[in-house]
Write a protein that binds this ligand. Structure first.
Ligand SMILES: *Cc1c(COP(=O)(O)O)cnc(C)c1O
Length: 433
């Protein structure tokens, strides 16, 4: 197994190099040279295997010789140290809750797997790895938690002052140890501009081993396949399910499609989108037209040019006819999303966050036209991460889970900086050495 750049197939890397680099040198996304076929014994035994055994079976062929087997098994065990329950919302519709990790976001799994792989590689190359990220909220928290105390890594997170929620700010700033928060007097675009400048700075590259914890990293992307196998391991219905995925950059659903190609029994995928519907339009017309993003209440899906779209095309050989056999797409505006949150809470006493609510709408519509189908949606975030919208819509309080209750009591520690690369560069060098 190796990985090639989608911009130029002759640029190749092994798992270790692709994980450390994040993106190929030509800025292409890495894609695996083979999609393994899972054995029928593995697929038939899913219900009897535990999470770590499932995860190991899925990821070992992708990791290859980059990490010894026993170390990889430990990494996967640590990555999956929380639950992924499949719950019934109503007849024919279930939800796979992916938000019981330390920061209550489904991104915890990918961030935890990546952090532990990078920690291992830092040891094996005998150099400290400095992870630099800009965040508008959720990614930073998942990355901070995932890398906390991972030996050989130093993490520097840039976030826009006053523009993240109080819980998010504590998740970024209260960890301490190897996690450093820079509170930038500016907006998210300033943070991103500074991080880009850092990656382009030769002097910094010479001084530090710098990498990003970006969501296009193969370690984050491919590890998400585990969700789908864990979902199927809990699926008790006789027919394979339809799976509806709240989608933004399409990394999660693309991982699901890879798992299906490996043999996992999923009947069909629905990419559930908010008003940012470029993929829905592509499915309908066969033409992809990127757009500016529009703001919605399911803001983690406000993406007008999904980065993993090229990976989905590659998976189906750029063949629209082939692709639509496996994946459909439906899109819903905020008004419909709020109505779904309200109805599901009133009628089924289940609290949907705005992202899962979009997937719920898609599943409901699918089943209306295909009444013999059943399926599950992916619950990508805990409702407490969006308290303002959720409480306004369901007219009830969202209880604070323990993970959040303990972090908001901790002390914020952040270095305040002007939105200026030269200043930030000096701080990065100090913190990383
Ligand atoms: C990131 C995110 C998504 C979108 O996932 P993609 O893999 O980018 O499609 C959906 N819901 C929530 C809550 C997210 O944080």
């Amino acid at each position: 197994m190796y990985y090639y750049s989608l911009n130029n197939h002759s640029i190749k890397a092994d798992f270790k190099q692709a994980t450390i680099e994040g993106q190929a040198p030509d800025k292409g996304l890495y894609f695996p040279s083979d999609i393994p076929n899972w054995s029928s014994s593995f697929i038939n035994q899913l219900k009897t295997l535990d999470k770590a055994e499932i995860g190991y079976h899925i990821l070992a062929p992708y990791v290859g010789n980059s990490i010894p087997n026993d170390k990889l098994y430990t990494i996967i065990e640590e990555t999956l140290s929380f639950d992924f329950p499949l719950k019934k919302i109503k007849e024919n519709i279930y939800t796979l809750e992916l938000f019981h990790g330390p920061t209550l976001a489904f991104k915890d799994l990918g961030a935890r797997f990546l952090s532990r792989c990078l920690g291992y590689f830092a040891q094996s190359i005998g150099r400290k790895i400095t992870v630099l990220v800009a965040t508008s909220g959720d990614t930073g928290g998942a990355v901070a938690d995932a890398f906390f105390n991972v030996e050989g890594t130093e993490v520097i997170i840039l976030y826009p002052s006053g523009k993240v929620s109080p819980v998010q700010e504590k998740q970024l700033t209260a960890m301490g140890g190897n996690i450093h928060a820079l509170e930038v007097k500016g907006d998210f675009d300033d943070c991103q501009r500074i991080v880009k400048a850092a990656f382009a700075d030769q002097d910094l590259k010479d001084k530090l081993f710098l990498t990003s914890a970006n969501s296009i990293n193969i370690s984050r992307w491919l590890s998400q396949q585990i969700y789908y196998a864990i979902g199927i391991s809990q699926w008790q219905e006789t027919m394979p399910p339809i799976v509806a995925v709240p989608s933004g950059n399409f990394g999660n659903i693309c991982a699901g499609l890879v798992a299906q190609k490996s043999g996992l029994a999923i009947k069909h995928f629905i990419a559930a989108c908010n008003s940012n519907d470029v993929f829905t339009q592509y499915i309908k017309t066969g033409k992809f037209v990127a757009a500016d993003s529009v703001a919605t209440i399911s803001n983690a899906m406000d993406v007008g040019n999904p980065s993993n779209f090229v990976r989905i095309l590659e998976l189906f050989g750029n063949n629209h006819q082939e692709l639509i056999k496996h994946v459909s797409s439906l899109s819903y505006n905020d008004e419909l999303t709020e109505k779904a949150m309200q109805e599901v809470y009133q009628e089924h006493h289940y609290m949907l966050d705005p992202h899962a609510a979009v997937a719920y709408l898609a599943m409901e519509d699918w089943i209306k036209t295909n009444p013999s189908d059943k399926g599950f949606i992916l619950g990508t975030a805990h409702p407490v991460k969006f308290p303002t919208v959720v409480e306004r819509v369901i007219k009830d309080a969202v209880p604070l889970p323990d993970q959040v209750a303990s972090i908001i009591k901790k002390e914020k520690k952040a270095i305040q900086v002007a939105p200026n690369f030269a200043i930030v560069k000096e701080i990065i060098i100090q913190l990383a050495s």
